[in-house]
Write a protein that binds this ligand. Structure first.
Ligand SMILES: C[S@@+](CC[C@H](N)C(=O)[O-])C[C@H]1O[C@@H](n2cnc3c(N)ncnc32)[C@H](O)[C@@H]1O
Length: 192
């Protein structure tokens, strides 16, 4: 989908993904994972930045990226208001070069937001933006929908696409927003 498509969704406030809080599965993950000094996190497709702020509160150095200027603007404003240090930039995650390679990369409703034909490009982008040995934490949306966004996927597709470049450390059913209960799966991968 184009940047104009996403910008229009923000301009018209057509944002059903906007829950006003971070992913519950991420909140639970961060409750038992502390940042080592200076650890960096990339949050592509960050939207208004709830997940980025959760990583920031947990002590990580956080950079959020989005293709929609209004998403970046809201994320930056709400982060300043919260007194947190996460930074936000306009970027096309699928095509741009990273400013540096990150220790962590967090996925939440970007994989399901892009066109399914772009999924190979997405996997390459995760490998490009992460350092070798870096962690890729994903909340994937396992729905059957083919008329997205959101576009569905399966555990089998996720494992098939990421296995060539990443080692799967763990995957589990997370706590979810009420309307996504039972439809999400989290995956923790390590880039080779
Ligand atoms: C469904 S929203 C999810 C936002 C946020 N992750 C959340 O869960 O609240 C998808 C987001 O990805 C952004 N996006 C879509 N394609 C992108 C791309 N190629 N690079 C960066 N951001 C992108 C959209 O602008 C939008 O903010």
């Amino acid at each position: 989908m184009s940047s104009e498509f996403w910008e229009n969704r923000y301009q018209t406030r057509d944002m059903p993904w906007e829950k006003g809080e971070p992913s519950p599965g991420l909140v639970d993950f961060l409750a038992s994972h502390c940042a080592r000094a200076g650890e960096t996190v990339c949050v592509p497709g960050c939207g208004t930045g709830h997940d980025a702020r959760a990583w920031s509160r947990a002590g990580f150095r956080v950079y959020g990226y989005d293709i929609a200027p209004s998403g970046v603007k809201l994320a930056a404003e709400w982060t300043t208001a919260a007194g947190l240090g996460a930074r936000f930039r306009l970027s096309d995650f699928l095509r741009d070069e990273p400013p540096f390679q990150f220790d962590w990369l967090f996925e939440h409703t970007l994989f399901c937001a892009i066109q399914p034909e772009e999924r190979e490009r997405y996997v390459s982008a995760v490998a490009r933006w992460l350092k070798p040995g870096g962690n890729y934490l994903a909340v994937n949306y396992l729905i059957p929908d083919t008329d997205g966004p959101p576009f569905g996927t399966t555990r089998e597709e996720i494992v098939r696409r990421f296995t060539p470049q990443f080692d799967l450390l763990e995957d589990w059913v997370p706590r979810s927003y009420p309307n996504r209960t039972g439809l999400e799966r989290m995956f923790l991968w390590r880039r080779r």
